[in-house]
Design a binder for this molecule. Structure first.
Ligand SMILES: [Zn+2]
Length: 328
């Protein structure tokens, strides 16, 4: 496990998408990774959630007080010493800016309107310094979080984790009565995973919970999935087809994924529902096998065995929770 909470590097390939804005990080562009650990798992490797530099600081501004942020770049960023001096300066300016924002939030009473807000003198000075070196961005985050109306978009929030999505589906599947199923979903979407109010992306939850209603076309029959995954896992296609006779493609893929040495599952669940949605979007409408294989590999690389099983369920448009639109 890395001892740094973040890392920075110049993107060598320009493939990764920024976790916040979903745009690609350009080749050669400086990017910052949040090194993610899963509190539910005691083993397994780290995962990096890549961000544009400005984007990760935007997420910090919206994050809770307890969320780890970049405070001291030397201590917090792996690879800091390899960055160009100009970029180090820029990041230091963003850190100053962020710390001012946080200080202002603390000293501003919650009910005060943003217009009346007067930043401290020190804050303004720091701001001037920053304006000299960095391009201006819309200052949405000057508004106290209490009056902002953009919850649900933080993919790192537990209410947006794909693990929570799986957990909810499992609970709904176990419940036999339709009233009970409805209650489970309604309670989660009201209270959230931490029971302190749902803060996830409601629209996206509904979309994923009802894959049969909001249909996407994948051109991926079960046998096609077997073919592609048998190549990715380097396993015997015939054996997978035999396993498929039990009637659950998602379970078959999960089984063989767990045994795959070529493409082993990750141990810690770190996917967000936004990640999964974006992947499904990419897969939609693809017809060429190489493209499908490339995207399936990309997602499998980030999946636990259970994650991939649920992804397959989503692709097949059946979550096997015995509930549909009228129950939710
Ligand atoms: Zn971005």
């Amino acid at each position: 496990m890395s001892s740094f909470p973040f890392c920075a590097e110049y993107d060598k390939r320009g493939q990764a998408k920024c976790k916040k804005c979903k745009e690609k990080c350009e080749k050669g562009e400086l990017r910052i990774g949040k090194i993610v650990t899963n509190p539910f798992s005691e083993s397994g490797g780290d995962m990096k959630q890549w961000h544009h530099v400005n984007c990760i600081f935007e997420t910090f501004k919206r994050a809770r007080a307890t969320t780890k942020k970049i405070e001291d770049p030397v201590d917090d960023i792996e690879g800091w010493e390899n960055l160009e001096e100009d970029d180090q300066k820029k990041i230091r300016a963003l850190i100053d800016d962020l710390q001012n924002e946080i200080a202002n939030k603390k000293t501003t009473p919650k009910k005060q309107t943003p217009q009346k807000k007067t930043p401290s003198k020190a804050g303004q000075q720091q701001f001037g310094k920053k304006a000299a070196g960095t391009p201006d961005k819309p200052r949405v985050s000057r508004v106290p979080s209490a009056v902002r109306n953009d919850p649900g978009m933080d993919p790192m929030h537990k209410d947006n984790s794909f693990r929570e999505f799986r957990r909810l589906c499992a609970n709904v599947a176990e419940e036999s009565s339709y009233t009970g199923k409805t209650n489970i979903v309604a309670t989660f979407l009201k209270n959230g995973a931490n029971k302190d109010g749902f803060q996830g992306d409601l629209r996206l939850w509904v979309k994923l919970l009802l894959p049969g209603v909001i249909k996407r076309v994948y051109n991926l029959q079960s046998k096609q999935l077997i073919k592609l995954f048998s190549q990715l896992f380097n396993t015997n296609q015939e054996e997978m087809l035999e396993d498929l006779e039990q009637g659950d493609i998602a379970e078959t893929v999960r089984n063989f994924f767990e045994q795959s040495a070529m493409l082993p599952p990750v141990k810690k669940a770190t996917l967000s529902i936004q990640d999964v949605d974006q992947f499904l979007e990419e897969l939609t409408g693809m017809t060429r096998e190489e493209e499908q294989s490339y995207v399936l590999k990309k997602i499998a690389k980030r999946c636990t065995a259970n994650d991939l099983k649920m992804v397959i369920r989503l692709i097949k448009g059946d979550l096997r929770i015995n509930a549909g639109a009228k129950h939710m």
